[in-house]
Structure formats: C-alpha cells, structure tokens
Design a protein around this ligand. Structure first.
Ligand SMILES: Nc1ncnc2c1ncn2[C@@H]1O[C@H](COP(=O)(O)OP(=O)(O)OP(=O)(O)O)[C@@H](O)[C@H]1O
Ligand SMILES: [Mg+2]
Length: 463
C-alpha cells in the first residue's frame, strides 16, 4: 500500500519528472499534470490527498488550482512550489488555504518534511471523524446518552443544524435534557471556541432581565457604577441560551425580537447600538403555541425562535434507553462517591424500568444517585431507591391492575410490561435472542422488531 496519493502540477517537464521519480521512491502514489486545468481534471478522476502545485503557470495558475481544490475537495492539502522572489504570493496562497509552500530550488529533505506534516494532519482528521462517528452512533451525542429511535432522530436534527446560525427552539417536559441539547449544539458546532452564555428567564426578576440581556451604561440607574456588556454582547460569536423562554415578559420579548432582526443591541442608558453575532437557542416546557393564542407570548418572536424545533421525547417514550442511562449515572456517581465498580442489580433495574418517570432523566439521575449513596455493597438494591420508584410493595408499582381515578397511559404501561418481560426472557436465555423469542412464543424477527421499537437494538438503517 502506498503512503498516500500525491498529484504534482507543474509546467516544468524536468521538475515534474524529478518529483514523480523521487515521490515514488518515497512510497507515494504519484500522478503528474502539466497545467492547472489538467491538474483539476486529474482530481475529478481520482482525488489526491496532497496536491503539489507550481504557483506561476499559464492559464489556470497555482492560485486557481488551490481555489478549485479547496472548493471541491476541502480535505485535500495543497502545497505551493514557488520560484525565488515570489514568496509574497505564496504567503497569500496560505491565507487562502494552502498548507505550506516550498521555494525553488528546494532540497528534498525540506519537501519530505512538509509532506510528512501534511499526511500527519490528514491522518489525525480521519481518526477524529471516525472516532466521532463511533461515539455518536454508539452512545449518543456530546454528553447525551441514549440510542432509541426518538433520540436518534434528535441527534440527526442536531447534527444538521449545529453548524448553521438558525435559531433553535428546544421543547420537552421538565428534565428531558433541553439544556444538554443547547450545550451540545454549541460545543459540537462551529461556534465551540466562542462563549456559551445562558439565562433562565423564569428565575430572574422582571426589572433586571433587560440589563442582563442587553447590558447597561455607567450611571444608567442607581448602582450602575460601570459599563456592563450584557449577555448578547458577551456571547458575541457564540451561543446565547434563553432558558424557560415562556416566562419572558412581553416587553422584553419585543426587544429580543428587535435584537434578532437587526443583530444589534442597545445597552440600557446607552445611545449607541452594538452589533452582535449570536446564535440563539431557546427552551421551554410550556406549550408556546397555546401561550401565543392566550396573548402571553408574541407570535412574531415565536416564529423567529422556532426556525427549527427539537422536541425531546419523555423518558417513558424511550424506555429502551433506560439501562444505558442507568449505567451512565451509576458510573458517574460511583466515581464521585469514591465507589468505582458499583453496579445496579437486576432487581433494582426491573423496578427502575417499571416506573413512569414523570420527572424524566433528571428524576432517574436523582434516583440512581440516591441508590449509589445508600447502597452498602457494590450492588445497588431496590431498598436504596426512592420509594416512589420502587412502589409500595417493591413490585413494578407503575403497572396498576385497575385504572386509577386520574386515568393512565395504556400504551406506555403495555410497553413497560413488554420491556420487562423481554428483559427477563433475555436474562433467562443468557442474552441469546432466538432462545428468548422461543420463551415468549414469538418469532426471532418479531423479537428483533420489538427490541428496535423500544430502542434496545439499532434499526437496520443506522450503524
Ligand atoms: N440524554 C441524556 N443523557 C444523559 N444525561 C441526561 C440526558 N438528558 C438529561 N440528562 C441529565 O438530566 C438532568 C436534566 O437535564 P436538563 O437540565 O438538560 O433538562 P431540562 O429539559 O432542561 O429540564 P427543565 O425543563 O427542568 O429545566 C441533567 O443532569 C442532565 O445532565
Ligand atoms: Mg432546563
């Protein structure tokens, strides 16, 4: 196998020949083109990893090759060969994305060094992409855990919007991970180097929210003894997370809308506007369209924020993720409490799988935290779990034998019952699916379908 593909583009025949022979001897797969046009044509035929191009050529010159390559094959590195005295152009080329340049006459050691660095960079990039793919496919997204179908759809949407500037509205019940999504969008996206700022619109007094968001000038009000930039300005280039946006006062909503439309903010007490480039992520567990209908939320702001909505499923809608989440939290708190290696026993896991989780992942996290803290050995037992999780008789308390007065979620209950029985069949069969299917008197295909539906097994299209 060759060390990689190099394309030489040079109108100087002897240099082309020399480079071809030398590169081949060094173990590269080499092709050569005599003009910029031929070079780009060779790339369309079979893209090279590195393009080594002369800068001054008739027709399409080295800069033209560079632009063409970077436009269509951004992962290919371009190295410029320049004549003595034209280094200024070479520096220009590097500003446009060339990896490096070498000056004629060059010695081969110098070229070798540049190529080695090029390929090192590429290897690292490939490895990073592969690793990220693996992490995303296997465990979730950023620090988000879960691989059920509804979560896979969430990750997919996040992946598509993370590098765009569009506003994102994250909805979902309390504790479903809305803040986690906001952070992941920032830290997995192209704004990750810039600041992430957040504000909880429900937790801050109405008269403070505007100075927090837009900043203030010295002397704007009593106590304002120096200028304060505000969240919009300090998140410049990054992301601003408006948590519990449904709680934002109507008067502030108008100003936020203006800031979004004009990309400018005016500090309280200031006369000048400041330009800001901020990506907005907002979250709410309220029904915003209903708030709009009731006149409590501005319709125009709603449409501005809601360019993309990421709706998080409730935990009861993705119970297949429960074992993985439990494992994640047990590891987290095991480490935090100085008890590495602690695990959740089968009985406790069954109790956890039987609960309806009105508080979603946060409730689960708290339950496991308590379990780890209160268990004596290195196995978490049901008695260490919160009583409302285990149920009165330590059975699967969330599966009632009659309909409670407040009503119930039949599909959810049936799904939990199904999950519980499938898990116990898999336990008996030692994880052998054909055996488990036999025990449940269903076909292997039907078992696989059910496992996919509850998110324990990946559907055939993913992974
Ligand atoms: N998919 C997930 N993987 C791992 N941890 C999660 C996941 N979803 C939520 N959590 C954890 O659960 C807790 C609650 O999550 P988060 O604060 O993001 O929820 P929220 O939707 O913002 O809730 P609220 O509406 O109450 O503010 C956090 O500790 C978070 O780390
Ligand atoms: Mg939150």
């Amino acid at each position: 196998m060759s060390k990689g593909k190099v394309l030489v583009v040079d109108d100087d025949r002897s240099l082309r020949q020399f480079l071809s022979i030398w590169l081949k001897r060094e173990g590269y797969a080499v092709r050569a083109a005599a003009s910029g046009r031929d070079g780009l044509h060779e790339m369309t035929r079979d893209p090279a990893d590195v393009v080594l191009t002369d800068l001054t050529m008739e027709g399409i010159d080295g800069m033209g090759v560079l632009t063409g390559v970077k436009e269509h094959w951004p992962d290919t590195e371009v190295v410029m060969i320049t004549a003595y005295g034209t280094t200024e152009n070479a520096v220009q080329a590097m500003r446009h994305g060339a990896y490096d340049y070498i000056t004629k006459p060059f010695n081969v050691d110098e070229l070798k060094l540049v190529l080695d660095k090029c390929f090192e960079k590429q290897a690292m990039r490939t490895e990073n992409t592969a690793l990220r793919r693996l992490l995303v496919d296997r465990f979730g997204y950023g620090s988000m855990v879960g691989r059920s179908a509804p979560m896979a759809a969430v990750y997919d949407l996040m992946d598509r919007v993370k590098d765009t500037p569009v506003s994102v509205l994250v909805t979902g019940e309390s504790g479903t991970g809305k803040e986690l999504v906001a952070r992941a969008l920032h830290y997995e996206g192209e704004r990750r180097e810039a600041p992430f700022r957040s504000i909880n619109c429900g937790a801050i007094p109405e008269n403070l929210i505007e100075s927090e968001l837009f900043g203030y000038k010295k002397g704007a009000f009593t106590g304002a003894n120096k200028d304060h930039p505000g969240l919009f300005a300090s998140a410049d280039g990054g992301t601003l997370f408006l948590d519990e946006i449904g709680e934002m006062p109507l008067a502030t909503q108008v100003k936020v809308l203006r800031a979004l439309q004009e990309r400018k903010v005016r500090p309280v007490g200031g006369s000048e506007e400041v330009s800001v480039d901020v990506r907005l992520v907002a979250a709410t567990n309220r029904d915003l369209p209903a708030e709009v209908a009731a006149g409590r939320f501005r319709e125009d702001l709603y449409y501005r924020l809601n360019v993309v909505t990421i709706a998080l499923p409730a935990l009861r809608e993705r119970l297949g993720d429960l074992p993985m989440l439990v494992e994640h939290f047990v590891e987290k708190y095991g480490e935090q409490f100085g008890r590495p290696g602690i695990s959740v026993g089968a009985e406790a896991l069954r109790a956890l799988a039987g609960h309806t989780w009105p508080g979603n992942v946060r409730e689960l996290e708290n339950a496991v935290q308590r379990g780890v803290a209160l268990s004596r050995g290195d196995v978490v037992t049901p008695d260490a779990l919160p009583p409302e999780v285990v149920g009165p008789a330590g059975d699967v308390g969330a599966l009632p034998s009659s309909v409670p007065p407040e009503g119930m979620d039949l599909d959810g209950a049936l799904e939990r019952y199904e999950l519980m029985l499938i898990e116990s069949a898999l336990e008996v069969s030692g994880g052998v699916k054909t055996e488990a299917a036999k025990l449940l008197r269903i076909t292997f295909r039907s078992l696989r379908y059910r496992l996919q539906k509850i998110g324990i097994e990946e559907p055939p299209t993913r992974g």
